[in-house]
Design a protein around this ligand. Sequence first.
Ligand SMILES: [Zn+2]
Length: 346
Amino acid sequence: MTALTAAPGAASRQPRLRVVPSAYRASAPIRKRLVFGSPKSYFFGMPKNLVRGGAVLAAVALLSGCAGGAAPQDDDRPVVLTTFTVLADIARNVAGEHLSVESITKVGAEIHGYEPTPGDIRRAADADLILDNGLNLEAWFAQFVDSVDVPHVVVSEGVEPIDIAGDAYAGKPNPHAWMSPVNVQVYVDNMVEAFSELDPEHADDFAANGEAYAQQLQAVQDELVDALAPLPENERALVTCEGAFSYLARDAGLTEAYIWPVNAEQQATPQQIAAAIEFVEENGVRAVFCESTVSDKPMQQVVEATGAAFGGTLYVDSLSEPEGPVPTYLHLIRHDASLIVEGLTG
Ligand SMILES: [Zn+2]
């Protein structure tokens, strides 16, 4: 296996995007019953006295974004194979028309516990470049990526990881780094470098595409921050099924709470659900959410028990079909931010 670009320079690269200005943070007094505090994430399997947190977030509107079209199967462009649809969309924005970008998993797939097929392995062997997220997202992919002689780049290289809260995951990074447009700038830089090595003739185009996309990432980041700015400190709680929002919460000053840490272990226990109910009741959380790739039944139990609203389906691990609400990554962030703001301010 060939190491394309990856590591060395990446670690020192800093995202160019602006993270949330601390000045926007609301000054409203925190209600006594609010248990948010320092760790900005709360896993319902944790002892209650560890529950603390920070703030919440959210955001906003407008559709824009560009979807890379589906690539014809019989063209002679180099093939870039990604592990899931979100990465594929980001990669298409950088690749433009020069590369054929594909995703191994389909829209709606559960990507943490995916089981690759023999066909997937053939596609990997036939690709010219493989991109995966890393941060332990695609354990299933590692099983065979080393067996094919294709350059392989981990696009999260250089992102500062946030560890998952919860005993079983102590010290392990939260894989959902793409939920921060700031982090995606690093993904884009890694892609520009990898694509330029794969197809040097079009290096200038990849760099220009990366710059243009970076501006869109900045715009969506600004929208996110602006939309959440009016939320008072004591309403900045984002309660979801999976703990996928650590990076977005960090950027936007939210406290996240979730039923299970990662979808690979999505069996909600009665204890976790009871803890979620208690959290919502104690903090007067107005709305709770669940992700598109899992069942929302456990969260519906929380809704029934507490009277909180079900704020809707958030997208994280997969885009929607082209005609759905989140055909691109930029749509995904805007969609989620908009639902969160509506739910928490409703
Ligand atoms: Zn996930």
